[in-house]
Design a protein around this ligand. Structure first.
Ligand code: KG4
Ligand code: ZN
Length: 328
């Protein structure tokens, strides 16, 4: 089944065509980073307007490459979570097209889709096996889930305050590194071995995390004159130790076949390396999406639509769900 998907939940506009949830035929993503960088963060209204400018030209390009609407079996679109104005642009486009073209239309949860990025590729490759432990580390979410089959998400824990990506972005601002924070913190920290360490958040058992304390620790240390490069490295290390602790706890408790990660922060190279270490400690197979599929993209939305779908796949049932969780 060929699914044409739209993703406009935040500040990336994505359009893609994916076959059977795996083979990415075309995937285009247009980032708005330049547009928002002068404000030091995403301005929701600016994001929504830009999606509106970009989504149809992208759609036209992808459809042309795909051989037109006749080659498409169904549409998919992100319903949530995300910024309401941004979500509305993609959703309304998909809804209108599904109505006009008489196609099925799947409403997709963006967080579930981040995990389904692990099934994507141009060539056939090994796939995650169930039961699996899934970890989403994105700009807005830090979610640990257990999956025993497609579409079943048992929520184990998440963040009480800032998500991991959000804390990278806030720390980058504190350190004066600019926007977007994640890649800049990674770059600044590269090769630096700090002479001090920062607290590791939530050393308690359980899968919840709280990152606001670590962010405040960075703020105070910066005010005391600690150098930004060392602070960036110490901050990143505290995050990695915290994630590793939580995963080790979960892997001890639950016997799983695969460890599956997703979300923008998974583009972080030290994080990818640390995850490999944990997976080999426990003898589980690790799955990390390619960097392009860690960040927001429409291919993962098509993937999730294929595997999770839903029985109400008419344009009529599509609606924005700005604050829905991974369990929907
Ligand atoms: O998944 P994503 O593209 O959007 C959301 O669904 O939120 O994640 C964006 C987040 C941002 O907070 C960004 O700073 C972070 O992912 N990020 C990174 C890196 N690349 C993106 N964080 C750490 N290291 C990176 N290389
Ligand atoms: Zn995302």
């Amino acid at each position: 089944m060929r699914i044409l998907a739209l993703e406009t939940s935040c500040d990336d506009t994505g359009v893609a065509v994916v076959e059977d949830g795996r083979r990415v035929l075309f995937s285009l993503t247009r980032s708005q980073v330049k547009l928002h960088s002068r404000y030091g963060g995403i301005v929701p209204e600016v994001a929504a307007r830009e999606h509106l400018e970009v989504v149809f030209p992208l759609l036209e390009l992808v459809l042309k490459k795909a051989g037109g609407i006749k080659k498409i079996d169904a549409l998919a679109v992100t319903e949530g979570p995300g910024l309401v104005g941004s979500l509305l642009v993609g959703l309304n486009a998909a809804k209108t097209l599904a109505y006009l073209w008489g196609k099925k239309a799947f409403g997709v949860n963006h967080l579930q889709a981040h995990l389904y990025a692990n099934w994507l590729g141009k060539k056939k490759r090994a796939e995650p096996k169930f039961p699996l432990l899934g970890l989403i580390v994105s700009g807005g979410h830090t979610d640990l889930v257990l999956m025993e089959k497609h579409g079943q998400f048992n929520f184990l824990g998440g963040t009480r305050d800032d998500a991991v990506g959000e804390s990278f972005d806030k720390v980058a601002r504190i350190l004066g590194l600019g926007y977007p924070g994640g890649p800049l913190v990674e770059k600044t920290a590269r090769g630096i071995k700090p002479a001090f360490s920062l607290p590791v958040p939530m050393q308690t058992p359980g899968y919840e995390v709280s990152l606001s304390g670590l962010k405040t620790a960075v703020l105070y240390a910066k005010k005391k004159g600690y150098p930004s490069r060392e602070l960036a490295a110490a901050f990143q290390e505290s995050i990695l130790v915290m994630l590793a602790n939580k995963l080790r706890g979960a892997l001890r408790r639950y016997r799983v076949a695969s460890l599956v990660l997703g979300g923008g922060v998974v583009a972080n190279k030290p994080l990818r390396k640390r995850m490999q270490k944990i997976a080999s400690e426990f003898g589980v197979k690790l799955f990390l999406p390619k960097s392009a599929y860690c960040l927001d993209n429409a291919a993962m939305i098509a993937g999730a639509a294929f595997f999770v779908g839903n029985s109400k796949h008419s344009w009529y049932n599509l609606s924005v769900k700005p604050s829905e969780s991974i369990t929907r």
